[in-house]
Design a protein around this ligand. Sequence first.
Ligand SMILES: Cc1cc2nc3c(=O)[nH]c(=O)nc-3n(C[C@H](O)[C@H](O)[C@H](O)COP(=O)(O)OP(=O)(O)OC[C@H]3O[C@@H](n4cnc5c(N)ncnc54)[C@H](O)[C@@H]3O)c2cc1C
Length: 466
Amino acid sequence: MTHYDAVILGAGPSGLTAAYCLGKAGARVIVVERGANAGGLMRSIKRGDFVLDLGRKELYTRFPEVDALWHELLGEDYRRYAHRSGVLYGGQVVDKEAKFQGPARGMGLGLQADMGLAFLWAQLKPGSRTANNFEEYYTLRYGKTFYDCFHYGYMRKFEGFEPAKLPAPYGVQEIPRFAFLGNRLSANGAVDERPVESRQMDWRHPAYGTGQLVENLEAGARRFGVEFALNTEVLALNVGDGKARSVTIRRDGVESELGGRSIITSLPIPMLMKMIRPEPPESVQKPPQQETAFKKSTALVYLMATGEPAFPHNWVEVTDMSYKMGRVVNYGTWNCKMVPAGKTALCVEYFCVEGDGIMELSKEDLLKLATAEAERAGLIDPSKIIDSLVLQLPHANAATVIHDWKLDWMVKASAYVRSFEGLLETNRPGLDRAAIAGIDAAKACLAGGPMDPRSLENAKSENAKG
Ligand SMILES: Cc1cc2nc3c(=O)[nH]c(=O)nc-3n(C[C@H](O)[C@H](O)[C@H](O)COP(=O)(O)OP(=O)(O)OC[C@H]3O[C@@H](n4cnc5c(N)ncnc54)[C@H](O)[C@@H]3O)c2cc1C
């Protein structure tokens, strides 16, 4: 059995970041990745003249150390872009922020009137002013039309269940009449009272897609002497006497064992629990089947076309429930070299929950559905489409958020994982959280102690997105 300072399971953003930092510090490290390439969900796909991103739409970072690392890796290619997102509601694309088109945000007169009336009614209507959940928070504060236009349909698709079941963004609270007029508002209307370290920093993107980050992390790690075992599957994680001991891997049909002072795992926790040997207690072996968070998958339909994009937004969240699509990403607006001049590349994202039938569609039917929906919304002219790509990612949850990590089973399973000395767990919702977890795992490995838990800490909002 070969011994390392760290055996890293998975070459996604967290595993690669840990590998880079440990390699830089001179540690002896191996990364085990079952795919043919590094990157996990952070990969880019090269398609003709286009570069498309897989598991992301935005590269925000709330952690200055991650921002510094990405600057170090990308230099001038870590490009700032003018951030503009929209919602598709009632047949129109409306800006999420007022900075581009003023308070009307591009709404037609009918919608403005509805929103104004609903806002007034929300302030004046008799009854309780307590916001117990997400829906009550927004409807009491801004009115039902605002909630429907900016939140309901998107959250319904993103979460896979009724948003009224989500906690209120800032906990249960009284919403005074006309409360929002006196407050500073964030982009989607919520009061921005998050702690500084969890705030959005710049909106930036690598010039050649997130794959550029992967390539630079991998190349840097290799330069520092990190070994990569690609096309190699982790079969078991062996523990004993309260410590992480080794991993059993399979490569070219041959099984072997790797030993590590630390084992850093970026495998999703439900997958990891199946691999721990001896088997964990039954209560944490499998996630509860009824919990929506464990039943999600993602389908992505990329549409490439001639002509400039039909809309200026970096992405559009589809709150209109007459569409199945959840979000449409517009790569040509990111100040990048991903889309050739005068062309368009969109990604139509479907947030799937087991049983909704979307993952079961054939690739042809998904392409037809996405093309028809994007055309109906005025986001693309099908006669200009020159290429397309359909990806179905079973069990890849594009809609994962930090509150999935607070589910009872996740808390118990993560505590079980953390109970083993030298076992550091880094799979996270969001590339910046994954990256900071990788940095912290590397620090813990070098210091021989536990990991800083900050990558799992919440912003003040219970609904802080991954
Ligand atoms: C469609 C989509 C859109 C997203 N959009 C955004 C976004 O806009 N912004 C954002 O910040 N985040 C986004 N995310 C989430 C983001 O991609 C993830 O949070 C991030 O990739 C997690 O990184 P990770 O390293 O923890 O895990 P992963 O990226 O999942 O990496 C895990 C790695 O482990 C490997 N692996 C798994 N099992 C084994 C095994 N048995 N043996 C060996 N290797 C194994 C996998 O192949 C993979 O490479 C999105 C995700 C999806 C799917």
